[in-house]
Write a protein of this length. Structure first.
Length: 225
C-alpha cells in the first residue's frame, strides 16, 4: 500500500498514456491511479446496464482485470477512458447474456419484480429526506432507470459524465448524429416523468469508501498475477 500511496503523489499529474507506459514497464501500483481516475465514470457506465450494486461492482472488477491483462493492446487511437468504457460495456453485455440464459425459466417474473423495485424508489420516498435536492436526485435516478437501455447509456455518458458527442459515439460504436438523436429522445422521456430535469451531477455516485474497497480488491488480484 505504501508504494501505491507514493505513486499517487509522484505520478498524479501525468497523462493516462504515460501511466500505461509505466505500468507496462512493471510499475503495477500505477494501475490504482487509473482506477481512481475512472471509478466513478465506469460505475455509471455499467450501472446503465445492470441494476444492483453487487452486480455492478463485480463487473467493474472484471473490467479492470481485463483492462490490466490486455493493457499492451491499448494503442492510444482513442482515450484510455473510452477504451476502458468499451471493455466495461462488453463485460456488462456478456453478463446480461449469461444471466438471460440462466434465468430464462422465470425471466418474466423477474422483470415484474424489477419494475416494482424501480417504482418503489419513488414510492418509498420519506419525508425525512434532508433536502429537496436529494429527493430530486433520487427521482431522477428512478426515471433514468426506466429509460430504454440504448437511451440510458447515452444519457449517462453525455449528461452525467459530460463526455462529448464524439467520445460517446466512439465508445458506443455509433455515429455522432445517432448519439444526438438518442440523447434528445432520452431527455424527452425524462421530461414526461419529471417536471424538471436537474443537472444530475450527483446521480449514481460511487462514494469514496466503495471506490477504495474496489481498488484494493483489484490491486490484490493484480499483484497475484
Amino acid at each position: 500500500m505504501e508504494a501505491i500511496q507514493e505513486a499517487h503523489v509522484v505520478y498524479r499529474d501525468i497523462s493516462d498514456e504515460m501511466l500505461v507506459e509505466q505500468i507496462l514497464l512493471g510499475k503495477k501500483e500505477l494501475f490504482d491511479l487509473l482506477m481512481k481516475r475512472y471509478n466513478q465514470r465506469l460505475f455509471r457506465v455499467i450501472r446503465s446496464y445492470l441494476k444492483t450494486e453487487d452486480e455492478v461492482t463485480d463487473i467493474m472488477q472484471e473490467t479492470y482485470l481485463k483492462a490490466y491483462m490486455h493493457l499492451a493492446q491499448f494503442r492510444g487511437d482513442a482515450s484510455f477512458s473510452t477504451w476502458l468504457i468499451r471493455i466495461g460495456i462488453n463485460e456488462a453485455l456478456i453478463y446480461l447474456r449469461k444471466a438471460k440464459r440462466r434465468w430464462s425459466f422465470f425471466g418474466e417474473r423477474k422483470k415484474e419484480q424489477n419494475a416494482e423495485q424501480s417504482l418503489s424508489v419513488i414510492d418509498t420516498m420519506s419525508p425525512e429526506r434532508k433536502t429537496i435536492q436529494h429527493e430530486n436526485r433520487r427521482m431522477l435516478e428512478a426515471a433514468i432507470d426506466h429509460l430504454p437501455e440504448k437511451y440510458r447509456i447515452v444519457y449517462m455518458l453525455r449528461e452525467i459524465e459530460g463526455l462529448s458527442s464524439m467520445d460517446t459515439a466512439v465508445a458506443l460504436g455509433l455515429s455522432e448524429a445517432n448519439v444526438k438523436v438518442r440523447l434528445h429522445r432520452a431527455k424527452e422521456a425524462l421530461q414526461k416523468s419529471l417536471l424538471a430535469v436537474t443537472a444530475g451531477t450527483g446521480v449514481f455516485e460511487f462514494g469514496n469508501c466503495k471506490c477504495d474497497r474496489l481498488r484494493e480488491a483489484v490491486m490484490q488480484k493484480i499483484y497475484s498475477l
